[in-house]
Design a protein around this ligand. Structure first.
Ligand code: ZN
Length: 247
């Protein structure tokens, strides 16, 4: 089976729709694994949740989802993120709120080789895994060979060369394939709705279970459509402009 891997959609429907379209048409995926942060920053939380929920999928909760639900203190967020979260709270439909409230992690789909957590296996809600030192410690906090993470919005692969051994970091570009083998891996597909690696294209990945390969992908989407909706809602300017820089 082929599975689409998406993270940090952040209520950006224009980006999510393009990614879903590519996963359906180009990659023929039948299932989605979502690494959390469906809401926050963006203008269409309900539409994004409706689209996700229309798929065969699994999803874990992110820090913004927890912020919306009051499961983490809103003071943990910066001022811009708080504005977007407070607006989200005012529009989120009760059924979508209940859906988010029921999410749990870590998730090990079908008792297979992957664990899924939003931020890190050590702290599933808040820890940013950005360097090999942090990654090295995180490898002892999950039992499966591979762990999927999001949260940093940067496509990344941390490879532990052998059990307990050296950890290496790679930042895969579009079209790059990762072959799943004996090395343990922490894998981040990047962000659909607010990329932060200097490339504004929506980021996602595709797992081919038969071939044992994860392919990283990027997609152009109509950024101006999302920005126009954010302007109408008087969202903070920084949240609007960062989308076109991918930062
Ligand atoms: Zn996020």
């Amino acid at each position: 089976m082929r599975i689409g891997i998406v993270s940090d959609i952040h209520a950006n429907l224009a980006a999510f729709e393009v990614v879903i379209g590519a996963l359906r048409r180009v990659s023929a995926t039948e299932r989605l694994w979502c690494i959390g942060d469906m809401v926050g920053y963006g203008p269409q939380p309900n539409e994004c949740l409706d689209l996700l929920r229309s798929f065969d999928h699994v999803c874990v909760p992110g820090n913004h989802d927890y912020g919306l639900l009051g499961k983490t203190d809103i003071e943990n967020f910066n001022a811009d993120a708080r504005v977007a979260l407070e607006w989200t709270e005012s529009v989120i439909r009760p059924d979508n709120r209940a859906y988010l409230d029921a999410l749990d992690q870590p998730w090990v789909p079908d008792n297979g080789p992957f664990s899924i957590v939003h931020a890190s296996p050590r702290d599933p809600i808040w820890e940013y895994v950005v360097n090999v030192e942090e990654a090295r410690e995180c490898f002892s906090y999950f039992e499966t060979p591979y762990c999927l993470i999001g949260h940093t919005h940067v496509p990344s692969v941390f490879r532990q060369v052998k059990q307990g051994g050296e950890v290496k970091l790679a930042q895969p570009s579009a079209g790059e394939q990762l072959r799943l083998g004996d090395d343990r891996l922490l894998i981040n597909p990047g962000s659909v709705g607010q990329p932060r690696d200097g490339n504004p294209q929506a980021a996602y990945a595709v797992l081919d279970q038969e071939l044992g390969i994860i392919e990283f992908q990027r997609a152009d989407y109509p950024i101006a459509e999302t920005q126009a909706l954010m302007r109408d809602l008087r969202f903070p300017k920084r949240l609007i402009t960062r989308l076109e820089y991918g930062f």
